[in-house]
Design a protein around this ligand. Sequence first.
Ligand SMILES: Cc1ncc(COP(=O)(O)O)c(C=O)c1O
Length: 380
Amino acid sequence: MSALFQNYARRQINIVEGKGTIVYDDCGKRYVDFTSGIAVCTLGHAHPAIVQALQQQSEKLWHISNLFESAGQEKLATTLVQDLPLSYAFFCNSGAEANEAAIKLARKHTGKHHIIVFEQSFHGRTFGAMSATGQDKVRNGFGPLVEQFTTLPFNDVAALEAAIDETVAAIMLEPIQGEGGINVVTPEFAEAIQKICDKHNILLIVDEVQTGIGRTGTRFAFEQTALKPDIVSMAKGLGGGFPIGGILGTAQLFETFNAGTHGTTFGGNPLAVAVAQTVVEHVFNDAFLQQVQEKSAYLQEKLQLALNDEKFVIQGKGLMLGIYCGGDDVAGYVTQLEQAGLLVVQAGPKVIRLLPPLTVSEAEIDEAVAILKQTLKNEL
Ligand SMILES: Cc1ncc(COP(=O)(O)O)c(C=O)c1O
């Protein structure tokens, strides 16, 4: 009998240890981890640099609250916005909280309430973030939701143009929908969004909770598109496994989040920012990002060769890839892969999502692809 609410459909293995891309369960069974804790463990498990950052900070100061100056937050904010058209940061603890901050900031800044979001999006489980999420399965049973979110089909320029009027405060999207099925924003849609935002003075919120911090081969995925966000939300990979979230915003938003408007007790806690600083310093580095792109190309090439069948379609960017399996429901594959020693996660019912640590090696990619081939094609 468990004393836990059964709100997760947990898999029946108990992972107790990890190093890099490899994790072990409590029976000593080894797995190649292509989940990274759902796009979190950017530098893999127990990377020595983040272990050291956490240990050193834990001996100095764990928590002091946002009543006081934070040199750690100042440094992390400066590192994050460097060379980006964004000027300020706010730190919280999770992706949903980051999106709450983004929604609040957009509403307060514009004095409007209407936000356009998209079908199959996922922005989190709190009330604002859930109301922004374009999936009934996430929202059902929790109404009434926060008002004035309009959900439109993703990548549909005509539907977007038709929905624009003077009530719209912001457009909010993920550059690659993760939970909803590895759906990449098309260049035409990104251009149309940006044009509309510029023309109608609408704020653009880009949710980079899953795609951010190097996951797609650039610091943020929006950099590969025409999108010029006013607000970027982030979490997951930022802390490499330590809980932290945040938003980045343009200079024009500075006055809107003035003292007393928004806050959180734990956000930007010294332990979290010490780890996040180490993660970001590793990732926001041209050579590191180049390697992510090379590993992505290698993984995609190996997958094409191994799966070599038009049934399988590889989607996504960087090390956020999906395998669409000809319309098959992939839950069974995920279990078989796990039994064969490869951990993956679904993106919606039809796509196998691959999210290895950004530090994954070519040998580990080869091992994962061999297991995928064996399982999906039933051959070695
Ligand atoms: C794009 C996106 N936004 C927001 C969230 C919510 O983040 P969290 O679970 O940290 O609240 C997620 C989580 O999967 C996500 O993928």
